[in-house]
Design a protein around this ligand. Structure first.
Ligand code: SAM
Length: 336
């Protein structure tokens, strides 16, 4: 990785420069979070997903085009066989400044030191509850203690950027917002609260009834820990606030209430090799077709990626409507 800045060659119709890619390495997950997936999921057959070599080729093509940040995600990225080798290869790319991972944390006590050694620079860990039984209900299969051990392992491994992510659902975990902030303060890690997005059809709860807006959560936190007026954006979707008596940041990701599309600097690649230009729209380009037909042809891959910028939509429109999801793909397919 290097600190030299190359301007991105990826600029869309709205003059937004794309310098951040979220690369999904698997659609599979060991958790079944109620807002993310159905309980009974069918995952992609192995012949439909990109090989690790192809995932590397995609990452490299983007970096050659001026992308400086890659986030590996899924599904659960740490259950993909040999994912460390991909981290190592991407981590060595000249021009890449940040290589991050989003994980449920369940495997981190095993992998954190190796990920750090392989060149990973930041980790987001999802934790929606600090109560074991509630955590199990929300994730359907998750073991809170393993995740807590994973968080400690990431801290011990010395990552400079660690952030917790919590999706807050009314009536489920909205009573834990302050406990989660307290926990993040105690561990000295950032935390972001995410509004639930209408990705995939779920019947476990009503997305409309469970919706909690970022403004509401910010007020709850602000009463206990004044958040100050200035907010920061670090190039991701979170709007961050600081507290006077702590070094950590509290972020809010508000795809419903504060549309952040005008600042969008990112695209996603699903593990099927579909380049998604927007989280809340279906505009996409098929990179797998190019990777399969022309293995090793980076020029052609870069050309396809450059062309796709012309179809990046201006914005998404999420509505609180349970009858039909606006986007039928689940978040584990999209790459969260
Ligand atoms: N397995 C990893 C994890 O648990 O972080 C990475 C993939 S997960 C899909 C990435 C993030 O997306 C998690 O923080 C998760 O809470 C969030 N997420 C999933 N479905 C969502 C939804 N419908 N609305 C908002 N956030 C969602």
């Amino acid at each position: 990785m290097s600190s030299a800045v190359t301007p991105s060659q990826l600029i869309d119709r709205f003059d937004r420069q794309i310098n951040y890619v979220r690369l999904s390495v698997t659609d599979r997950c060991d958790f079944r979070c109620v807002y993310c997936m159905a309980e009974d999921m069918t995952f992609l057959p192995r012949n439909q997903i990109l090989s690790l070599e192809q995932l590397y080729d995609v990452g490299k093509a983007f970096v050659d085009l001026g992308v400086t940040k890659i986030r590996l995600t899924g599904g659960e990225p740490l259950i993909r066989n040999n994912v460390l080798s991909l981290v190592e290869r991407l981590g060595a790319l000249e021009g890449l400044k940040e290589l991050h991972l989003t994980t449920n944390g369940a495997q981190l006590d095993k992998y954190a030191p190796a990920l750090k050694a392989a060149g990973l620079t930041g980790i987001n860990i999802s934790v929606d509850s600090l109560q074991a039984d509630k955590f199990r209900q929300l994730t359907r299969t998750g073991d809170l203690n393993r995740v807590l051990r994973g968080i400690d392992a990431a801290i011990d491994a010395g990552f400079s950027r660690i952030k917790l992510n919590a999706v807050i659902l009314r009536g489920r975990n909205d009573d834990e917002v302050l406990d989660l902030v307290e926990f993040a303060r105690h561990k000295c890690v950032d935390i972001s609260f995410i509004e639930e997005m209408p990705l995939g059809l779920i019947d476990e709860h009503s997305r409309a009834l469970s919706f909690c807006s970022s403004d509401e959560l910010r007020e709850i936190i602000d009463e206990r820990y004044p958040l100050g007026n200035s907010h920061e954006n670090t190039g991701g979707p979170s709007d961050y606030y600081r507290m006077v008596d702590s070094s950590i940041r509290v972020g809010f990701i508000s795809p419903h209430s504060h549309n952040f599309c005008h600042l969008c600097n990112r695209v996603r690649v699903t593990v099927e090799g579909r380049l998604l230009l927007c989280l809340g729209n279906e505009h996409s380009a098929d990179l797998k077709e190019v990777l399969d037909a022309y293995p090793g042809d980076s020029e052609r891959l870069q050309h396809t990626i450059r062309q796709a910028m012309a179809i990046k939509p201006e914005r998404h429109h999420f509505e609180l409507n349970d009858d039909e999801p606006q986007i039928v793909r689940f978040m584990n397919m999209t790459g969260g």
